[in-house]
Ligand binder design. Structure first.
Ligand code: PLP
Length: 381
């Protein structure tokens, strides 16, 4: 086995409970498990989250939704398909009991056809565009057309109205203020059109961490006669972007869920002057002891961790072992000079002493990106 990922079910459940506690009991917490649970394996994570009390899970697409539905013993769990809707997916959405996010007349029409064909009423969540310019319908004339199509639908029910914030981690952001104003206007337009959604939702992990948006969504939901909901992803897995301009209420209560490990497959002593790896970018200036690891960038151990680039490291027996030379596709060399390391020893690639945030810093990205890229055999611990 080249590498394996230990997924802590206890920590995942604790993080979910911490999010719920900070968001407030009147807020429904949807657990986002898209992108294979941010690289943590959705088949492992979904049942743990449901066991911890999650009633709503968020998936990226229909394929993920169908796969998650198949591993859940509890049929009552709701699965929101958040990552865009393809018209051709409508029958599969109904067949697997998924709930799509919609924002065009065509989406509603496709769901209406699929619902009628299956003889079952379909719930949809309507996304409002408030500053991301990705998904969502703009308040005003475009929203009026979609609401009109919904009003004419016999098989489609608008169960939720939602939006997504672009800058939730920035306290007091002008973009968030503008988004809330647009969303509030959309909710008024929805009510005026006679639609009565059961859920009003916006915000992600950072919105819970930053705090002020939760009170806002509770008030808005109440005005609309609906329940407030928040969609949290990265915090479930123990991470959060730093809040800019405030102290995060949630981040201190989270612990990382993933530990990514491998084993040393070879140890060698080299003399001064020996070059290491592609491009001979590293030249030993003294004698060294090197350990060879059977992982590389194809496994998600980023090439930017190479020495002289991001200067990454791994942990062996609680000590840092720096990457030496370039990370290859499936091999990496680390410095174990002066360390009692032998073939077969366990290595922590990501975990205690080498966090996802540190990996992210080596390659100029965010923890989300690092976590999603990890490959290995997933084991629930
Ligand atoms: C991924 C996603 C989330 C979760 O975001 P986090 O920052 O991981 O909490 C929430 N809402 C939508 C629409 C998303 O796509």
């Amino acid at each position: 086995m080249k590498s394996w990922v230990e997924v802590s079910s206890a920590r995942l459940a604790e993080n979910f409970r911490a999010i719920r506690a900070v968001a407030g009991s009147s807020v429904e917490t949807l657990a986002v498990i898209k992108a294979d649970a941010y690289g943590h394996n959705a088949a492992i994570c979904a049942p743990v989250l449901v066991e911890a009390g999650a009633r709503w899970l968020g998936v990226g697409d229909v394929e993920e939704g169908a796969a998650v539905r198949a591993v859940l013993a509890h049929g009552g769990v709701r699965l929101l398909v958040m990552g865009g809707m393809e018209i051709a997916d409508a029958p599969a959405i109904v067949a697997h009991g998924l709930t799509p996010v919609v924002w065009t007349v065509e989406h509603v029409a496709a769901m209406e056809r699929a619902g009628r064909a299956a003889g079952s009423r379909v719930n949809v969540h309507l996304e409002i565009e408030t500053g991301m310019a990705r998904q969502g319908v703009a308040v005003g004339a475009d929203l009026a057309r979609v609401l009109d199509r919904l009003a004419k639908s016999r098989w489609v029910h608008c169960e939720g109205v939602m939006t997504h914030l672009c800058c939730a981690e920035v306290a007091g952001a002008a973009t968030t203020k503008a988004a809330k104003e647009r969303f509030a206007a959309a909710l008024e337009q929805v009510s005026a059109a006679g639609a009565k959604p059961e859920f009003v939702h916006l915000g992600n992990s950072s919105a819970v961490d930053e705090g002020s948006t939760m009170a806002w969504v509770r008030t808005r939901a109440k005005t609309a006669g609906a329940k407030a909901m928040v969609r949290t992803g990265v915090a479930l897995y123990g991470h959060c972007l730093p809040v800019e301009g405030a102290v995060g209420a949630l981040a201190p209560r989270l612990s990382p869920v993933m530990e990514w490990k491998t084993r040393v497959i070879g140890v060698r002593e080299i003399e001064a002057g020996t070059t290491v790896g592609y491009g001979a970018t590293f030249v030993a200036v003294h004698e060294m002891r090197l350990a060879l690891l059977p992982v590389g960038y194809a496994d998600g151990f980023r090439r930017a961790a190479s020495s002289g680039v991001g200067d990454g490291w791994v942990m062996i027996a609680g000590k840092k072992a720096a990457v030496v030379g370039r990370v290859s596709m499936s091999l990496t060399v680390v410095d174990v000079t002066g360390m009692a390391v032998s073939e077969g020893d366990e290595v922590v690639l990501l975990g205690d002493g080498v966090s996802a945030e540190e990996h992210a810093a080596w390659s100029g990205t965010i923890a989300y990106d690092v976590l999603c890229g990890v490959r290995g055999r997933f084991v629930r611990v």
